[in-house]
Design a protein around this ligand. Sequence first.
Ligand code: BTN
Length: 256
Amino acid sequence: MYKIPANTLFLGKNLVFMPECHSTNTFALELCQQSSSSAEGTVVITANQSAGRGQRGNVWIVEPGKNLTFSVILRPSFLPVKDQFYLNIFSALAICDYLKEAGCEDVRIKWPNDIYVRDKKICGILIESQLQGSKITSSVLGIGLNINQRNFTMGTATSLTLETGRDCDLQQALEQLLGFLEARYLQLRQKLQSLKIDYLDNLYWINEEHTFQSLELGVFNGTICGLDPAGQLLIRIDGKEKAFGIKDVAYVHAMQ
Ligand code: BTN
């Protein structure tokens, strides 16, 4: 059970809690379709998500009752479609803000919007937007943030409790995170470009040479050097910058 947060102006003021749900993103998308007036800031949250969806058709599976699994309905009609990557930017930054405040060290955004702590994934974000012409009519921002889970099948995953050594109250974590999301969303409305600077400051592997893989180039070495205006990842390879889309490039991690 979650309560309406006291520290926000509009995020979570309409809060739909379901003990069990297939996917909070799917549920929130249905709310958006049913009524165009489903309020901006509505939060759909569950303790047990049975068919969680991730990026690129992946699944999102976590232990029931231990983590934050929720979706937020936004109506960013002020944001042109060409700038929609800023939805990834503002939300990833808000989660970094929260994790740093909660005591995590070495918090990074792995482009486009996975959140890593000390080289392990702690949070995934799935953003699904409805467009009308050049306008974004609504966006569902789905967040899966590992909080109190200690055991993961993937050795590349972590949680807040594993990072800080403390268990965390989920209601308090939700309130704090929604506070940071609201603050960054206001920054998105007012100071778009400053968000990009903050994002690059927090980007995983930026300005370091690493190994990547793409269909076109196979395995190659390069250095992340920024984002193009559409949010594609810029990698410098042999002195030349090349832009990669979300499905076009994978990070290759050294064997440990
Ligand atoms: C990813 O890293 O692939 C993104 C994972 C996003 C998972 C969250 S959990 C809440 C919301 N509902 C879903 O079905 N997915 C997102």
